[in-house]
Design a protein around this ligand. Sequence first.
Ligand code: AMP
Length: 639
Amino acid sequence: MSPHSRYAEFYRRSIEAPEDFWAEQAKLIDWHAQPTRILDDAKPPFVNWFVGGKTNLCHNAVDRHLPTRGDSPALIHVSTETGTERTYTFSQLHEEVQRTAASLLALGVGKGDRVLIYMPMIPQAAFAMLACARIGAIHCVVFGGFASGALASRIEDAAPKVVVSADAGSRGGKVVAYKPLLDEAIRVSSHKPEAVLLSDRGLAPMELVAGRDHLDSEVAARLSSADVPCEWLDATDISYTIYTSGTTGRPKGVQRDTGGYAVALAASMKHIFDGRAGETYFSTSDIGWVVGHSYIVYGPLIAGMATLMYEGLPTQGMNREPDGGIWWRLVEKYKVTVMFSAPTAVRVLKKQDPALLKKYDLSSLRALFLAGEPLDEPTARWISDGLGVPIIDNYWQTESGWPIITLANAVERKPSKFGSPGVPMYGFKVKILDESTGEELTAPNEKGVVVIEGPTPPGFMQTVWKDDARFVNTYWKSVPGRMVYSTFDWGIRDEDGYFYILGRTDDVINVAGHRLGTREIEECISGHAGVAEVAVVGVADALKGQVAMAFAVPKDSQALSDPARALTLEGEVMQRVNDELGAVARPARVRFVSALPKTRSGKLLRRAIQAVCEQRDPGDLTTMDDPASLQQIRQVVQG
Ligand code: AMP
């Protein structure tokens, strides 16, 4: 990066004068009371942004646009699963959100209470998130693809007063009933929510639990008033938690503030995404992931844009007929200017006829942003040639809330380099360190751990929900002698300052852009009565980036010699993961072996197993206890 470029100057100011820089960015949102102090980092690594300021995310996303664009589109919902398409203007969204807020208040939800949202991609999910923000309740959205076990552990941790859900979701025309999964999750969880608020889409029958379950239409019909003003919250008040995977089986609740998040999103919409009020933003993610929070719901709305929320596959049209052009039809119809997706989704489209990209008028589109997993060059070239607009890779995490590394093209247009998401974003002091010595690696192309030096910028996670110690110990103490935030990603930086991300340093895997912890899958599999021990690793996959592979030691050794027995056990294990965690976590294969490769101290050698699966050199095996076990894995994989 040239030290004299416009972006370099912008970045330098954000690092050297963060208070001035962010005070200026804070003007992008409405404040009920101005902050009295921009940055308080007296107790690192904890950071408080915009102390003394009072604001509200829902006000910034909805109410403040009413005078200028009340009749303009705010939320466009398209479901190719149910063949429905509906646009809500800002005024209509305001009404819907107030109604949901009033319903939550009627069910006893107050400021600081948790509301767990387990919903398919329907407008009611966005209403519920914004309604929580409106009244100061903390929302915890759990991805609708998770099943009862994963849901139960999140209900237990979040201890919600109310759960908001629906009868069912739908994927590829297949109805997935949510209510029985939710009932089972509540049954096994030690925490019981007081109430469940349900949307009935008419997709699956629901049995209501008397006294606990309420249909949203009935609660709304009983309301005496649906006028709910925004609660003015401290900038540092919690807006939401979102669970993400780490190195233990227990999911971490990433906790975010209110004011810092609003400012970070508003700034990113301006400098990175270049999304302008009155235009349409289309993110193909899901509200269950951080991208959905930041760039389906809050970011575009804060910027006064319409956001397109899509339920369906990228390959299926309005009546569920095969249609690889559905996204582009939507871009044309709604004049989408900014689009956000994941490399896996594009790889799915690559199998379609390239002529589909030329069939629609895509002239409104200015850029396509891709994130969540490494973007491979053939995919980037294919979509870039097809669309004729810049393809911008962006690297971030649930923890950061917005891009850590990308190109802020609205500040200064910089060339993209295939394979690199770009350069550190303003506010992020990104460094590459030697994992074992903690020494900073400054020479080009030296591989190390990508870390962030504090203070972390607005929008970054505040802490781990209810567990400050876990936040500090997990993220800030992993590099010897340095208190820096570890991303747990390997990376290098080239001579122009562009970063390249080379994969995780921990046991997190990335399947189709979905972040999964191998430990959570292992814990689920070891719960099967026929399994003595298991290791789950991520293995490279041409379509999904990575898939999970499980290697299990069966209790009954016949499963090792009898293929029919092994197949039955494999089916049962797969079913268990499906039922407990959800199809998204199901391994591609479960293979049976008599022993797992371990060090002499008994640590599972997951990286060696992964290397063997990917036909790479497993590296130094001098500490390995039983080399034959790795040989067995090799044989099983090849066989
Ligand atoms: P999540 O918290 O689900 O967003 O997952 C974050 C992880 O996904 C990161 O730590 C990376 O391992 C990976 N990731 C996200 N974006 C990118 C990207 N643009 N390039 C490479 N890896 C990425």
